[in-house]
Design a protein around this ligand. Structure first.
Ligand code: BES
Ligand code: MN
Ligand code: ZN
Length: 484
């Protein structure tokens, strides 16, 4: 889907008008008869009005003004998604969008939902033409949203789509080395720097956690280091984003039951996808901020040489870990990446991972979990962004009590905490490998959509990209302000 900025209505296409109770219809290009029809509908409290005059389609959406901002924004996105569906059903190829309401950001959110809903993953379909949506373009009136904003939104949406594509790719294509290759291609295309380590380099760096998980695999691991360091960056020390890149999680020798829990485990690199998708958006939009991304990647499977319950692994930071469940693999590779992040002298490190089933048990699919020791200012800024983009974060505590649960008889710690508080003990485990302001996002609840709901399309969600983008943008702005 391509978003365009247009000075006036593209004449050959229909138009969506966003309106509210105060809309001055004389400002629209509607005829007196059309206005009369619209007003009759409004009087009947109908808030989606459509008329088709021999193929010239007009849609009028009466939007809710902002009683509470976040709720209204999400409502607008959903209305965009709904219109996207109707317009594809009408088999139109493009449409105009004009905001006649008093809400200045409504076109952004409506277009966001509209475009996100148009996503499809058709790479493996033989007859693409048959299934492909007809809608390809949205022309947004300049007066409704400035051109620069339209371009920014386009890049952000493409970042989300890139992440969704990565999640939707099966292991038969997306192995750990392939993940690195794709990141290299993307770096060239969008202008960020990248280094992709192969198995030798990971061995040289003594990343015992990544190597342990990789032992059962046929494919070697990879470690992608993404760098966006523009000359006009407002921060000196980088913000580091770390994403779990388990390209497939069978559980390893502690095998998952095949029937259901393994079916969507190609999505276990959703954190890595979020980091890469974010880099797409920040590089394309040239965000003035130093950001480094780290994605340790491998599949987790029970090969002949697979790591076993009882093994002791020496991690990158020299702590030893007793593996008591090979299905708790995410924390093993994240720990090494977090420990490596220390060498980057970070201002802040945020990791994002489809880490635990326990997180899904606690919040369902409505939120993601956040925990960590970064200061309250940073925490509330990230939480604020999470509500802004409707990828909401709920905080869990990392009290010392939980440390007890990770005690091992023979090593410094073990990789599971027991039956209770599974999402927290996973976070507590990661904390052992951090010595800087740090936050951990358990995105397991939102990494995979089991069904389509509005602009959240079934399968790979691309969650995390809009969250990080919003947060980083705010960081870039606040740092600029404080330096003035
Ligand atoms: N990738 C899974 C977590 C997961 C579960 C993600 C459901 C998405 C949906 C992770 O590697 C895992 O297997 N975690 C275990 C940890 C346990 C063995 C301590 C879990 O949550 O069961
Ligand atoms: Mn697992
Ligand atoms: Zn996993």
């Amino acid at each position: 889907m391509q978003l365009y900025s247009t000075p006036s209505k593209v004449a050959s296409l229909g138009c969506i008008y966003l309106a509210d109770a105060n809309t001055d219809w004389k400002q629209s290009s509607l005829s007196p008869q059309q206005i009369a029809y619209v007003q009759k509908n409004i009087a009947q409290k109908i808030n989606t009005i459509h008329f088709n005059e021999f193929g010239d389609h007009t849609f009028v959406i009466i939007i809710e003004n902002k009683p509470d901002t976040f709720g209204a924004q999400e409502q607008w996105r959903k209305q965009g998604a709904k219109l996207n569906k109707s317009i594809n059903e009408l088999k139109l190829s493009g449409i105009n969008l004009s905001n006649l309401s008093k809400e200045s950001m409504v076109a952004w959110h409506f277009a966001e939902g509209f475009a996100l809903a148009n996503y499809q993953f058709l790479k493996y379909k033989k007859d693409v033409k048959k299934e492909k949506h007809t809608l390809e373009s949205l022309y947004i009136f300049e007066k409704s949203l400035p051109k620069a904003k339209v371009e920014e939104l386009q890049n952000l949406i493409e970042g989300v789509f890139y992440a969704r594509n990565l999640v939707n790719e099966p292991l038969s294509y997306l192995t750990a080395p392939k993940f690195g290759e794709l990141v290299q291609h993307l770096a060239k295309e969008t202008g960020f720097e990248v280094e992709v380590w192969d198995k030798k380099q990971i061995e040289t760096a003594e990343m015992g956690g990544i190597l342990a998980v990789n032992r059962g695999s046929i494919d070697p691991p990879s470690f992608s280091i993404l760098k966006w360091q523009p000359d006009n960056a407002v921060n000196e020390q980088p913000i580091v984003l770390v994403g779990k890149g388990v390209v497939y999680d069978t559980g390893g020798l502690s095998l998952k039951p095949t029937a259901n829990s393994m079916d969507f485990m190609k999505s276990d690199m959703g954190g890595g996808a979020a980091v890469v998708g974010t880099f797409y958006a920040i590089a394309k939009n040239k965000l003035p901020l130093n950001v480094i991304g780290l994605v340790p990647a491998t599949d987790n499977r029970p090969g002949q040489n697979a790591y076993v319950p009882g093994d002791v692994v020496v991690m990158h930071n020299k702590l030893t870990v007793e593996v008591l469940n090979t299905d708790a693999e995410g924390r093993m590779l994240l720990a090494d990446a977090l420990s490596y992040a220390q060498s980057l002298n970070p201002q802040l490190v945020i990791d994002i991972a489809t880490l635990t089933g326990a997180s899904v048990m606690s919040v369902g699919t409505s939120a993601m979990l956040i925990m960590g020791n970064a200061n309250e200012g940073i925490k509330s800024s990230l939480k604020e962004s999470s509500f802004e983009v409707h990828e909401r974060l709920v905080e869990m505590p990392l009290w010392e009590d939980y440390k007890e649960m990770l005690k091992s008889d023979i090593a410094d710690l073990k990789n599971i905490g027991g039956k209770f508080a599974g999402a927290i003990t996973a976070g507590k485990f990661l904390e052992h490998f951090t010595a800087y302001p740090w936050l951990h996002i358990d995105m397991a609840p939102m990494g995979w959509n089991f069904q389509t709901s509005g602009y959240r399309i079934k399968n790979g969600s691309g969650a995390g990209v809009r969250l990080f983008y919003d947060f980083l943008k705010k960081q870039a702005n606040s740092e600029t302000r404080s330096e003035k």
